[in-house]
Design a binder for this molecule. Structure first.
Ligand SMILES: [Fe+2]
Ligand SMILES: [Fe+2]
Length: 220
């Protein structure tokens, strides 16, 4: 634990800043406009429902999968020096998932039918990468978080092309989560992901899996 305490101050500081941001964001967003996304007061009139359905369904699935990955990593490495760092990233994923659970209710979107599969696959990926060691777990984090943040970026472009004013609040959520995922990616690099055994192959394989998961979760 002492090693973790010595190695992680910068990361903890970053995460703390981020987590404080998360809490503050929903309580009092910039500009003083109250967010209503966690209530059922979202106006569904005039929105492009198929596009929003697809975005919220896949993002919910992604955050659900991320939670299961970190659960798997914690099952293996929870007591190791990287345990506290993984736990803090997992805590943020719990916030993300909670938000998308609320958005699903607000926008009346059903979850993907693949959730039971992502439940198992996420945990196996997390635990499996952690069995390769701390660097293996971090390589998995880098691969997954890069895929998720890239995907959030493409959704941001879609929503801006649709109507940035209409989807202002959803954009705010996705942009913030994109930044959080980017931070997780950087933490993975900081903790020597690139020194994992067969890093390039591992990263490519995991990202192919992420692409397939995104493709399927958007559609079914
Ligand atoms: Fe997330
Ligand atoms: Fe993340």
């Amino acid at each position: 634990m002492e090693v973790a305490a010595a190695a992680a101050p910068a990361v903890r500081c970053g995460l703390r800043r981020c987590r404080a941001g998360l809490r503050g964001r929903w309580a009092s967003p910039a500009g003083g406009v109250p967010l209503r996304l966690c209530s059922t007061r979202v106006t569904l009139e005039g929105i492009n429902k198929p596009v929003i359905d697809r975005i919220i369904r896949v993002d919910h699935a992604g955050e659900y999968g991320a939670n299961r990955i970190y659960a798997g990593q914690m099952a293996v490495l929870g007591r190791s020096s990287v345990g506290p760092v993984i736990q803090q990233m997992w805590n943020q994923e719990k916030d993300h998932l909670k938000k998308f659970n609320e958005l699903m209710v607000a926008y009346r979107v059903r979850p993907t039918v693949l959730l039971p599969f992502w439940n198992v696959a996420g945990f196996v990926l997390g635990a499996g990468s952690a069995l390769l060691g701390k660097k293996g777990a971090m390589a998995c984090t880098v691969a997954v978080e890069e895929s998720i943040s890239d995907h959030y970026n493409s959704q941001i472009r879609t929503l801006i092309e649709e109507d940035p004013e209409k989807y202002k609040e959803l954009l705010q959520v996705i942009k913030q989560f994109r930044d959080d995922e980017r931070e997780h990616h950087d933490i993975g690099l900081e903790y020597d992901a690139e020194a994992a055994p067969a890093y390039s192959i591992l990263k490519t394989a995991i990202q192919l899996g992420c692409k397939a998961a995104i493709f399927l979760s958007e559609r079914i």
